[in-house]
Design a protein around this ligand. Structure first.
Ligand code: SF4
Ligand code: SF4
Length: 407
């Protein structure tokens, strides 16, 4: 028997999402996991209050198809859960409603519950890279089967959000911001994502590649109709194949490398068996996010220093788009955003460069796509002491070599 990680790629034909989901699951023999009377937890991406056509959240047609597939095995209970990206209580419920996933669950008679409304449990992280423990829902432990239903999107901070990044949603509201603040440099945040996945580890993944986002994802990108469903068990293999489909190098997605390091799966294409369509049949190059944060396997103090100086982004608010809705200042993990003196049209939030940890939460969460970033590397370098020190070291070396050459 093949020991390779199986990844099914199935085209959606004539808008028949259900048939594509069923076929993809059949290709990987997913029915072998299922028994009568199981408790099933579905984890779609319900990042924010966006309608399905914006391709921010998992499309309800994909969630519906997975529910229909599961119902064939007579489960005792099916939960559909997520925790939206903000800290404010009640936002997950709004996101569930606007994404149309709540209405779907009501129609199907399954429970649609924000993770933060379930009993909490602190989990120890096995072989931690960054986090010793995480706070999440008891359902991660109680469910017999966890099905990850991520969306294929670009991501301004992590480059890709799909299988591994989607399980960040099992972290409850304010704890997400805490994780961003604790692991503000991409290498550390990516390691935290691998740690979180290793706790919430799904048994099965069905990727929504029906409507995707390219460019400024995960919420302000352009919608791409890919008409794809992918299924499999190995998140690293699945995300690596997604990278190949959209023309990204999996090696550039740091959390994939961290997850491979944690032995959560393989990035080696020779160890992956692609079933159904092949990558070349469905290839479509995606635009990358314009700005990527610093990433380097540096000691924490040095990475923190460079991230805070040279790669420091400037947050820009668009006064024509900003509705002063408060989402950004209520959810900034570093308290770097405050409301303007007066809440009136044309005013924008205030941003504190010194406090900002460049976590991109404000860009990701702004419901009106009114936040943007700019990095002025030259200005940052001039105003940090890193460059003067570097110049002094080079000048010192030069003088030393000149002096030695005189002998
Ligand atoms: S920038 Fe966006 S999130 Fe912040 S107040 Fe304006 S509309 Fe709301
Ligand atoms: S201002 Fe934006 S990028 Fe900076 S810490 Fe706050 S949410 Fe993160």
């Amino acid at each position: 028997m093949s020991k390779k990680s199986k990844v099914a790629i199935q085209k959606i034909n004539s808008e028949n999402v259900e048939s594509a989901v069923f076929r993809a699951l059949e290709l990987i023999n997913a029915q072998s996991l299922m028994k009568e009377g199981q408790t099933i937890l579905l984890k779609p991406n319900i990042l924010g209050a966006k309608p399905p056509e914006r391709a921010v959240t998992t499309h309800p047609k994909v969630v519906e198809a997975v529910i229909h597939w599961i119902k064939q095995f007579n489960p005792s209970k099916v939960y559909v859960c997520d925790s939206a990206g903000t800290q404010k209580p009640g936002t997950t419920e709004i996101a569930m409603k606007v994404s149309e996933i709540k209405a779907l669950c009501d129609k199907e008679g399954v429970e649609c519950v924000p993770f933060e409304k379930t009993e909490r449990k602190i989990y120890k992280v096995p072989d931690p890279l960054e986090l010793e423990e995480i706070t999440s829902s008891i359902l991660l432990e109680e469910a017999d089967i966890i099905v990850n239903i991520p969306k294929m999107k670009t991501h301004g901070q992590c480059l890709l959000t799909c299988c591994i990044k989607n399980m960040f949603g099992t972290i409850l509201l304010g704890n997400k911001a805490k994780t961003h603040a604790q692991a503000s440099i991409l290498d550390h945040f990516s390691a935290a994502l691998a740690d979180i996945y290793s706790v919430s580890k799904p048994h099965l993944t069905v990727i929504d590649g029906y409507l995707c986002q390219e460019g400024q994802g995960p919420s302000a990108g352009e919608v791409v109709k890919m008409d794809l469903i992918l299924a499999g068990y190995d998140p690293v293999a699945l995300d690596s194949i997604v990278c190949n489909i959209i023309g990204f190098n999996p090696e550039d997605v740091i959390h994939l490398k961290k997850a491979a390091e944690k032995k959560l799966g393989t990035m080696n294409l020779e160890e992956i068996e692609v079933l159904g369509s092949q990558v070349k049949d469905v290839f479509r190059k995606f635009k990358k996010p314009k700005i990527r944060p610093v990433s380097a396997p540096l000691p924490r103090w040095l990475a923190n220093y460079i991230g805070k100086t040279i790669f420091k982004a400037t947050v820009k608010f668009n006064p024509n788009k900003c509705k002063l809705c408060a989402t950004c200042w209520e959810n900034c993990p570093a308290d770097a955003i405050t409301p303007p003196g007066e809440i009136k049209k044309g005013n924008i939030p205030k941003w504190n460069k010194k406090k900002c940890i460049t976590c991109y939460c404000c860009v990701e969460l702004c419901p009106h796509e009114a936040v943007n970033f700019k990095i002025n590397y030259a200005k940052n370098a001039i105003f940090s002491w890193f460059t003067p020190v570097l110049i002094a070291v080079i000048a010192g070396l030069y003088l030393l070599l000149t002096w030695i050459s005189t002998f």
